[in-house]
Every structure is written in structure tokens, then in C-alpha cells.
Design a protein around this ligand. Structure first.
Ligand code: SAM
Length: 420
């Protein structure tokens, strides 16, 4: 009766439509990693897995993706698939394809990037995500080597095999699911779990010239010939505003790249995120980060800080398709491109425009604004930047482009300088 736990978790997902992570937090700890692996795999590549086990999900992919959540929950094909997955979890295909996505979403990708790139996106975004760490400067010796206790842990038997990041020297990528948060080094602030693309965006914000050379003109394009970013990048003493800081992944990485010097102001409109940021700040010992809860509807708060920042990072809310491997629920729960969860329903591009133009006023003359999103739609990326530059002629583009998704998540980033 083991698959019952999978069916129950799936039913809960359909009923409450909660975030995948929140769902997993409710699962019995003894079964959590198996449920996470199996349900995650099913949410990422349902059609491929069902076909592999020769189970009919529905007459056509269009109909399947149009099922409402009540019908989805009761769908016998899904329960049969979940049972097969539990029994034969080692045989589950590791990669899916176009049919594993709502056709409407694939159409957007094809329109923006053509059939070939869209097909690659579908394959890549159905794979299981990798676990990536970012090592804090306290994990290193002065010589630039990782401390012996970190090396011992990484090379020990408790973890799957890992390798260095593609571009970012401080990243370490694990082949499979790695349980790292129980380790003492984590509690001592030696590392954070952070995708390499996200680490890369933090480095790009401070060093757009070096990092920009690695970016592609479209998603999926690899520019590995540009090799890694130097390990000793430092930008000390800056005044940075991380305007959409969330739980602070980029703020922490930026502060680390600044050697803990200078000042990072981390904004968000949600108290819960600011609370998580504080916990992470404390663990990392980054005393130069100041978190600020922004009053949602009151932009007058920002008036005091206009023209003050050397760097404003706007890691904007977006459709999130670059992180579909980690959050496979996005394709089940949201309409493509249009709405943002938890806020009033409105087109994503309007929100992005408002956020970028609002926070850009905080940059000092000669300062920089970095706009980033974890997605790849033209409307939310290059088009959003072009519109911003047209409406704000006081800014000029330094560089922009895409990274991932491959073994990193998918991101777009643009650096713009405020003219004197
Ligand atoms: C893509 S996430 C940021 C992720 C984060 N930078 C990181 O590295 O983990 C976007 C964030 O913007 C926040 N947000 C949305 N509207 C905002 C606003 N008007 N001002 C500040 N933050 C906002 C959301 O709560 C969310 O945490």
C-alpha cells in the first residue's frame, strides 16, 4: 500500500494547489526523499513516464492538460502511473519532452525561440534538478583552497560525487540529490544551496563585463569556451540595493563577493521572506546586509533613497519557467506569462515594468541597475529591457543575455548604467 502516500500527496497537490516544496514539508520524514523524487519526476514528465509504463493518461495531450484539478485528482491513469513508479522507480525515464508541457506553453516557447530550441527546453526542463552549493569565503584558506574539513566532507562517503561549477569557481554541483543541510558546516555558514545560474547572476551584477562574455543570445546556448570567472573577484565598499531579495540568495552571494564590506539593502514585500533572509544572514555572519520590509502599496518609502545606490539589483517576479525543474508545479498551476501568484491578477510584463522603473530611480548617476529573471520569454527579457531603455533615456545598456537552462537553471540578466 506504499503508493498510497504518493496518491495522497498528489491529491493534496490538486486540492490545495500549494507549492511543491510546501507539499513535501507535510510528508512523513521517513518517506520524504522517495516521495520528493517520485512525485517530482511525475510532475516534470507525466506523459513520458505514463507512456513508458504503457498507461493511457487521456486521449490526447491537449485534453490531458485541460483537465481541471478535480478530474486530475481522480484520474485513474495517474494513480496507475504513480503505483508503477513506486514499484519500478529505477526504470523511470530520466528525461521527457514536448508532451510533458501544456501545449499553450510550448507554443510560447516556439514563437519566441523556434521549434528546435523549444524542443531542447522541453527536454532539459523535464530532467531532475541538480543540487548545487555556493561556498562562502569562510570555507576557503587564504591561498584560495577549500579548507581541509570541507574537502574531507565533500570527498567522504556521505555525499554523491560532485564537481566544480561550470563558470563560478565557488560552486559545487552534485550529481544526485544530496542531503547537505544536516551537516555541521552548513550550520556554521560555510555554504548555501544555490543554483549556479543564480550565483552567476550575483557575480554578473558586480562584474557584468567579465560575466557578460559567458551569456548567450538565447536560452540553452552554451558558451563554455569562456571558462570560469576568476575566483578572486572582489568589489568592496559598494552600496547595493537588492530590490527583490526574496529569501536573500543573491544578497548573500553579492555580500560574499564584496568580502562582507560595503552595504547591501535587501528589500521584499513579504515578511516571511525577510524572516528567512535574516536566518540565512545570521548563519553566514554577513553583518553588512540590512533587510527591509517594503510597504506594498506605498512607494513614497523609496523617496528617501533615490540616487543613492552604486548598484540596484532587480531580480524581478516572472513566469519562472527557467526553474521548472525545481518547481514543476508552475506548469500545472499558472497560466503562462500572465499572472503572478499571491498578488492581484495582472499581466506579468506590467508588474515587471513598474518594478524595474520604480527601483531604477534608486541608482546614483553613474551607478548600475541589473534586471534579472529566471525565465526566457522575450516579453519578460529583451523586450522588457528595450522598453525600459526607451522610457528611461538616462540609462544605457552595458550587456545582457541568457544562461541555461542546462545543468544550471535558466536565467536572463541585463546590466544598465545610469548616465551622469
Ligand atoms: C524572483 S524572486 C527573488 C529571488 C531572490 N532574489 C533570490 O535570489 O533568492 C522575486 C521577489 O520579488 C518580490 N517582490 C514582488 N514584488 C515586489 C516589490 N514591489 N518590491 C520588492 N519585492 C517584490 C517577491 O516577493 C519575490 O521574493
Amino acid at each position: 500500500m506504499k503508493p498510497k502516500i504518493l496518491s495522497e500527496a498528489f491529491a493534496e497537490f490538486c486540492e490545495t494547489r500549494i507549492h511543491f516544496d510546501s507539499l513535501l514539508s507535510k510528508v512523513d520524514p521517513g518517506q520524504k526523499s522517495r516521495v520528493a523524487g517520485l512525485l517530482g519526476a511525475f510532475l516534470r514528465r507525466p506523459w513520458t513516464i505514463a507512456s513508458h509504463f504503457k498507461i493511457q493518461l487521456e486521449a490526447s495531450p491537449e485534453e490531458f492538460w485541460q483537465l481541471n484539478f478535480i478530474r486530475l485528482k481522480k484520474h485513474p491513469g495517474i494513480h496507475a502511473t504513480l503505483s508503477e513508479m513506486w514499484e519500478h522507480w529505477k526504470d523511470i525515464p530520466r528525461e521527457g519532452g514536448v508532451l510533458d508541457f501544456p501545449p499553450e506553453l510550448v507554443q510560447f516557447w516556439e514563437r519566441d525561440w523556434g521549434v528546435e530550441t523549444s524542443g531542447k527546453l522541453c527536454r532539459l526542463l523535464t530532467q531532475d534538478p541538480l543540487t548545487t552549493l555556493r561556498f562562502h569565503r569562510r570555507a576557503y584558506l587564504e591561498s584560495g583552497e577549500l579548507k581541509p574539513e570541507v574537502e574531507t566532507w565533500l570527498n567522504g562517503t556521505t555525499l554523491p560525487k560532485s564537481r566544480a561549477g561550470n563558470w563560478f569557481a565557488k560552486a559545487r554541483i552534485f550529481k544526485g540529490y544530496a542531503t547537505v543541510q544536516r551537516n555541521e558546516l552548513y550550520h556554521q555558514g560555510y555554504f548555501e544551496i544555490q543554483d549556479e545560474g543564480s550565483q552567476f547572476m550575483a557575480a554578473f551584477s558586480l562584474f557584468p563585463r567579465q560575466a557578460g562574455a559567458i551569456l548567450g543570445e538565447s536560452p540553452v546556448v552554451e558558451k563554455r569556451e569562456h571558462a570560469t570567472l576568476p575566483a578572486d573577484l572582489r568589489a568592496e565598499g559598494l552600496r547595493v540595493i537588492d530590490a527583490c531579495a526574496g529569501a536573500g540568495g543573491k544578497s548573500l552571494a553579492i555580500s560574499d563577493l564584496m568580502g562582507g564590506r560595503g552595504q547591501v539593502f535587501s528589500y521584499d514585500i513579504y515578511e516571511k521572506k525577510i524572516k528567512s533572509l535574516k536566518v540565512r544572514m545570521e548563519r553566514a555572519g554577513e553583518s553588512n546586509i540590512k533587510s527591509v520590509l517594503i510597504p506594498k502599496e506605498d512607494s513614497s518609502f523609496l523617496d528617501r533613497y533615490r540616487n543613492t545606490a552604486d548598484l540596484v539589483v532587480v531580480d524581478s517576479p516572472c513566469s519562472g519557467h527557467g526553474v521548472l525543474r525545481r518547481n514543476p508545479d508552475i506548469k500545472w498551476n499558472r497560466k503562462p506569462l500572465s499572472l503572478t501568484k499571491g498578488q492581484a491578477e495582472r499581466p506579468m510584463k506590467e508588474l515587471q515594468r513598474e518594478i524595474l522603473s520604480g527601483y531604477s530611480t534608486l541608482a546614483r548617476p553613474g551607478g548600475r541597475v541589473v534586471y534579472g529573471v529566471c525565465t526566457f520569454h522575450r516579453e519578460e527579457t529583451a523586450v522588457a529591457v528595450a522598453r525600459f531603455l526607451e522610457e528611461n533615456p538616462g540609462f544605457e545598456l552595458e550587456t545582457m543575455g541568457f544562461i541555461g537552462p542546462y545543468d544550471t537553471d535558466g536565467f536572463f540578466m541585463a546590466a544598465m548604467r545610469r548616465k551622469d
